[in-house]
Design a protein around this ligand. Sequence first.
Ligand SMILES: [Zn+2]
Length: 348
Amino acid sequence: MHQVELKKIKIKAEKEIKEADSLKKLDEIFREYLGQKGILSNLTKSLSKLPKKKRASFGKEINAFKVELEMALEKKKKLLKERLEKEMMEKEWIDVTLPGKKIVPGHLHPLTQVQREVGEIFQQMGFSIVEGPEIETEWYNFDALNIPKDHPARDFWDTLYLKRPKSTLKLKILLRTHTSPVQVRFMEKNHPPLRIIVPGRVFRHEATDARHEINFHQVEGLMVDKRVSLANFRAIVEEFFLRFFNKKVKIRLRPSFFPFTEPSLEVDISCPSCDGKKKCSFCQNKGWLEVMGAGMVHPNVFKNSGLNPRDWRGFAFGMGLERLTMVKYKINDIRLFYSGDLRFLTQF
Ligand SMILES: [Zn+2]
């Protein structure tokens, strides 16, 4: 009777172990058969009811089954663990050939890019980059540059003056209206020959529209030597525009007037958009674009900078960085540069 029962138990246990699909299930089987109140434990207790003769042999059978069961459970446990690990590996497997998430990094503002590009071109031509203060005195911004007291540029509408305590110097201070004061500051401290460009922010008290901003950027240039002429100036700007636009543009010099240069010139270039064919809205079908003011340094500016105008000659020029960027990239509204509009900025 006991042997038959044990055989049934064995078959049942084997089946259960075979079907177990989790470690939790295996634990349950272990408790069911091998636990303190498990089937085998009960069988062992029932041994006392058997005749002595059978007791020993049945006891052995129970022990053998116990060992067998433990081994089968251990084997299955190992198998399940391996399967689990394999599944985990498959889940966590990374396909390194899949395209990654694109990270869009920030980039330099178009004005910064163009400023650096302009700087590089002039540096290749032997110019150094020099900077000056954005807050200037009236002397450097106007007087030293030969701008008379009654010049309209000094009008309150153009210049942003700054308040200062009454006790301090008489000289008025202001936000520089151009980068030209740096010419004087540099000539005071450096002896010619000189070749510099001065990129920087300038301020004008103006209403803003598509072509005007209250603050914008200029690139000033200055070259001083014993013999410098407008021919040198022309050669240098031609070379600059060739490198800047990556193509030959025509240069047109027109007489103009600035207090700090004599003679003074307005520099036009043939429209790079239509190659001067007068066929695009950017140049309003004129074929030419105004890009620069220039001229030979006025003797008074040399004097005010501590140089003898009989010994030295030089040319100076100034151009708007925004204007230059607008021409290069065909942008029609200066306000876009300061709008912080990413749809605009990410195009560069
Ligand atoms: Zn054009």
